[in-house]
Design a protein around this ligand. Structure first.
Ligand code: NAD
Ligand code: FES
Length: 304
């Protein structure tokens, strides 16, 4: 895939105001997008399209500045599209920056008295720290103290530590290899907080890789702690059109991009969702799903 080079900043309005490399493969960008910045809330996502022919990339919003008219996105340069995205520099611009999409975090709409009574723990796994940040920031701005665990494979992969620390009552860092903070994954850290540090939580918000959200939800189910997860990783086009993000939530079929991205972690069929993601990686897998699901493959309310 090649980058479209001709004076994009002049032609398109979604200019990159700031670019920062957070780790070897994770990038942060502030994008000039006043309409999105004015209307977005924590939990929602945008779809970035770099140029006319570019793939649609759904990314959960990491931060926004309504006065400046900017929105912060964080992405990992893994596939060809995100690797191309990482070559864009400050002053250049994206073709489309659609949003805000999806529902905002349900915490924002809880009655204040109810929210005030809850001991809330956010669990951020790796790149999932980016979508956790606007939520803990909103909680702090609205006067609620929350705790947070950031988990990463090693010290070098921890992102946004200082930003998150500034918004929470207690920040716990866990690294799989023990190179920084608690040694172990986020679940080991959660067990330690509950079993050895006398912590009690009423609600967990877990955002990170699907396998992490699956195991956190399993543990919190055993512990009787309500859990919200963000199913952004199953999205492909983010429009309700492709059917990729079809999920089984309890006995219901839901679409992450239209009905979510946040769901009750105890009701999500993670094994099915993970299988679906791997099938979507190949043309053969996509065809198989299309054959199986036929016309119900697409969301019935799809208007995009
Ligand atoms: P990673 O694989 O390095 O894992 C980060 C941490 O998650 C680990 O250090 C560990 O603490 C925890 N974890 C992982 N597997 C676990 C398990 N089996 N049990 C308990 N804890 C476990 O994460 P990464 O490479 O930074 O993450 C990339 C993934 O994050 C991508 O798949 C992307 O789709 C996903 N992501 C999700 C969201 C979202 O909204 N849910 C947002 C951004 C990125
Ligand atoms: Fe395509 Fe939701 S991501 S339908």
């Amino acid at each position: 895939m090649e980058k479209e080079v001709s004076s994009m900043a002049e032609r398109f309005q979604y200019t990159i105001l700031k670019k920062e490399r957070l780790t070897d493969s994770i990038y942060l960008m502030d994008i000039k997008a006043p309409r999105v910045a004015k209307n977005c809330y924590p939990g929602q996502f945008v779809i970035v399209k770099m140029d006319e022919k570019g793939e649609r990339i759904p990314l959960t919003i990491c931060d926004y500045n309504r006065e400046e008219g900017s929105v912060t996105i964080v992405f990992q340069a893994l596939g060809s599209s995100t690797k191309l995205m990482a070559t864009y520099e400050e002053g250049e611009a994206f073709r489309d920056f659609t949003g805000p999409l999806g529902h905002r975090s349900e915490l924002i709409d809880l009655p204040k008295e109810e929210l005030r009574k809850l001991n809330i723990l956010f669990i951020a796994g790796g790149v999932g720290t980016a979508p956790v940040y606007p939520q803990v920031k909103w909680m702090k701005e609205n006067g609620y103290d929350v705790d947070c665990i950031i988990g990463a494979r090693n010290k070098d992969l921890i992102i946004l530590e200082d930003k998150v620390r500034s918004q929470v009552a207690n920040l716990y860092i866990a690294t799989d290899d023990g190179s920084y903070g608690f040694k172990g994954n986020v679940n080991d850290c959660l067990k330690d907080l509950i079993n050895h540090q006398g912590k009690k939580y009423d609600l967990v918000v877990a955002i990170g890789p699907m396998i992490m959200m699956k195991f956190v939800s399993q543990l919190t189910k055993e512990l009787g702690i309500r859990t919200i997860v963000s199913m952004n990783p199953v999205m492909v086009d983010g429009t309700g059109m492709c059917g990729a993000c079809r999920l089984t939530i309890g006995n219901e079929v839901k679409f992450a991009c239209v009905d979510g991205p946040e769901f009750d972690g105890h009701l999500v069929n993670f094994d099915e969702a993970m299988k679906r993601v791997s099938m979507y990686k190949s043309e053969e897998g996509k065809l198989l799903l299309r054959e199986k699901e036929g016309s119900t493959h697409h969301h019935p309310d799809c208007v995009v």
